[in-house]
Design a protein around this ligand. Structure first.
Ligand SMILES: Cc1cc2nc3c(=O)[nH]c(=O)nc-3n(C[C@H](O)[C@H](O)[C@H](O)COP(=O)(O)OP(=O)(O)OC[C@H]3O[C@@H](n4cnc5c(N)ncnc54)[C@H](O)[C@@H]3O)c2cc1C
Length: 462
C-alpha cells in the first residue's frame, strides 16, 4: 500500500545529493521499526537510489535533557529504542545513536546523506528541531507523517473550537488513512557502512545508568517500552477488555482501557495500526468500535490540532479560552473548601481517599484511567490558591509522573480542565461557569474496588 501523499512534505526541494553514501532517517517521533511511514519512505527512496538506509537518534542528556523528562520516561524510551534497533537491524537498516539533540545528530550525519527523511511530531520543541535542520542541511529533506491517522493540516487548516467541530471533518476523511502499510525490503543492507554508534542501546539499563537526569521519579514495572510490548498489550486488550469498551470506558475498575497512551506518546505503535486492529476485531460491537475510535482519533487528534495551531499551549493565559479565564478570575477570591500545597498533592495527602488513591497510582505506576484523570484535575483546580497556580501545578504533576506525560494530550487535557474545548455550565463557587466535577461522580463506579486495585498495582512495583 502506498504512503498517502498528504503524509509527505518536502522541506528542502533540491535533488538528492549524487555522492551520498546512504539515505538518512531521523527517528524521533516514530520510534519503531514497523508500521512506520517515514521508515518505509526512506527504504523506498534508498532502493530507487541504490543506497542503504541509516536511521539515527539523538539522545538528550543532562542540562540539555528533554524538558521535564525523568528516569521513568527515559527508561521507557530506551527500552523502546532497544526494540527498534533490533527490528531495524534485522531489516538491514543501520542504527546510529548519539548523545546530542536530534537536530544536531541529523545535521552531522546528513553531510554524507543523499536524502534526509524526518518523521513528524507537533510540539513546539519538535517544530524547532525541524526548522533548525531545514536551515542547516543542504540536501533534500522530506518529512513523512506517521503518528496521527489524518495528518493535522489535512484534517483542518485552523485551531478547532471543540471535538464537535473537528469530528465531522475527521469522520469524512479517515477511511483512506486507516490502511495497511506494506514493509519494503531494502535492496542494500547498511551493515557494510562504517558508522559507529556512540551509544549501544541494546542494554537500555546501562545507558540509563550513564545519564544525568532526575531519578527521584523512577522507572515503573507496570509498563515496559517497545513495539513488541505495545502489540502484546493491544492483543490482550482486544481479547479481554475491548468488548464492552463503549459501556465500560468510564468505569476505571472495568478493565476497559487499552493502556496504549505511553506507547503512542513514544511513537512505539502507530495509531493507524491500532485503528485497523479495532476495526478488524472479531469481538466487540459497533458501540465499542465507535467509542474507541472517538478517543483514539477524534480526542487524540483534537489535541494535536490544539498544540499545532495554538501558540503557548503550556501557558494559562494563552491555552485557556477567554470566557473561561474571565469566569475563573471572577471567582478567584472565592473561599476554597480545601487548600493544599503542591507537595501535599504530590504525596496524596488530601482529605479525599479516592483522589489520594488516584494520585498514588500515578506517582507509583505512571498511569491513571481517563475518568479519574478528569476528577483528579478538577480537584486540583478546586484546591489551589488561584486558577493560574492550579493550571501550572496540574501540568507539572501530569508531566512528571505520567509515562504518557509531556504529550499533546497532556497540554490539551489540562487546559480542558480549565474550559478548553468545552462550554459554560451552571455558575458555582471557585469554578464560575467552568465544568465542575463533584465527589458524586465517583459513585458511578466501584471506587472501593479501585482503591484495592491501586494497592495491588503499587505492591507489584516493589
Ligand atoms: C487531566 C487530564 C490529563 C491527561 N493527561 C494525559 C497525558 O498526559 N497523556 C495522554 O496521552 N493522555 C492524557 N489524558 C487523556 C486520557 O486520559 C489518556 O489518554 C487515557 O486515559 C490513556 O489511557 P488508555 O490508553 O488506556 O486509554 P483508552 O481509553 O484505551 O483510549 C485509547 C487511546 O485514545 C486516546 N485517548 C483516550 N482518552 C483521551 C482523551 N480524553 N483525550 C485525548 N486522547 C484520548 C489515547 O491516545 C488513548 O491511548 C489526560 C486526560 C485528563 C482529563
Amino acid at each position: 500500500m502506498a504512503i498517502q501523499g498528504e503524509r509527505i512534505r518536502v522541506l528542502n526541494d533540491v535533488e538528492p545529493r549524487a555522492d551520498g553514501a546512504y539515505v538518512l532517517y531521523l527517528l524521533q517521533q516514530a520510534n519503531r521499526a514497523t508500521f512506520n511511514p517515514a521508515l518505509e519512505f526512506a527504504i523506498a527512496e534508498a532502493n530507487r537510489l541504490d543506497l542503504p538506509v541509516v536511521a539515527c537518534f539523538g539522545l538528550l542528556d543532562g542540562a540539555s535533557g528533554f524538558p521535564e523528562a525523568n528516569a521513568r520516561h527515559y527508561a521507557f524510551l530506551l527500552q523502546g529504542l532497544a526494540d527498534a534497533k533490533a527490528g531495524l537491524e534485522k531489516r538491514g537498516v543501520g542504527f546510529v545513536m548519539r548523545k546530542a539533540s536530534p537536530a544536531r545528530v541529523a545535521i552531522d550525519l546528513a553531510a554524507d546523506a543523499a536524502l534526509l527523511v524526518l518523521d513528524r511530531g507537533y510540539l513546539a520543541i519538535q517544530k524547532g528541531w525541524y526548522r533548525e535542520i531545514a536551515a542547516a542541511v543542504e540536501t533534500r529533506i522530506v518529512q513523512v507523517e506517521g503518528d496521527v491517522v489524518v495528518p493535522v493540516e489535512t484534517a483542518s487548516g485552523k485551531h478547532e473550537f471543540a471535538a464537535r467541530t473537528l469530528r465531522p471533518k475527521l469522520n469524512r476523511l479517515w477511511d483512506p488513512f486507516i490502511a495497511a502499510l506494506a514493509p519494503r525490503k531494502p535492496k542494500r543492507a547498511a551493515g557494510a557502512l562504517e558508522l559507529k554508534s556512540a551509544i549501544d542501546v541494546s542494554d537500555p539499563e546501562a545507558v540509563l545508568a550513564g545519564m544525568t537526569l532526575d531519578r527521584v521519579v523512577g522507572p515503573v514495572k507496570r509498563f515496559v517500552g517497545g513495539e513488541t510490548q505495545a502489540r502484546q498489550r493491544l492483543a490482550a486488550f482486544l481479547k479481554d477488555g475491548f468488548s464492552g469498551y463503549g459501556a465500560g470506558r468510564n468505569m476505571p475498575e472495568a478493565a476497559a482501557a487499552s493502556h496504549m497512551s505511553p506507547y503512542l506518546h513514544f511513537g512505539q505503535i502507530s495509531p493507524v495500526e491500532i485503528a485497523q486492529a479495532i476495526r478488524a476485531a472479531k469481538v466487540g460491537d459497533d458501540d465499542d468500535r465507535g467509542a474507541y475510535l472517538e478517543e483514539l482519533i477524534v480526542r487524540r487528534e483534537l489535541a494535536m490540532n490544539h498544540v499545532f495551531y495554538a501558540e503557548g499551549y503550556d501557558d494559562y493565559d494563552r491555552a485557556v479560552p477567554e470566557w473561561a479565564r474571565k469566569t475563573l478570575a471572577e471567582h478567584a477570591k472565592d473561599e476554597r473548601p480545601h487548600a493544599y500545597s503542591e507537595e501535599q498533592l504530590a504525596a496524596g495527602e488530601t482529605h479525599d481517599r479516592y483522589w489520594n488513591a488516584a494520585m498514588r497510582e500515578m506517582r507509583e505506576t505512571g498511569y491513571m484511567h481517563n475518568q479519574l484523570r478528569m476528577y483528579w484535575g478538577k480537584k486540583i483546580l478546586e484546591w489551589s490558591p488561584s486558577p493560574q497556580e492550579g493550571f501550572a501545578r496540574t501540568l507539572r504533576l501530569n508531566n512528571r509522573y505520567f509515562l504518557d506525560g509531556r504529550d499533546p494530550n497532556s497540554f490539551t487535557n489540562v487546559a480542558w480542565v480549565y474550559g478548553l474545548h468545552d462550554r459554560p455550565w451552571q455558575n458555582r463557587p471557585v469554578f464560575g461557569t467552568v465544568r465542575y466535577q463533584s465527589e458524586n461522580s465517583l459513585k458511578k463506579f466501584d471506587a472501593k474496588s479501585y482503591v484495592r486495585a491501586v494497592e495491588d498495582l503499587c505492591a507489584a512495583e516493589r
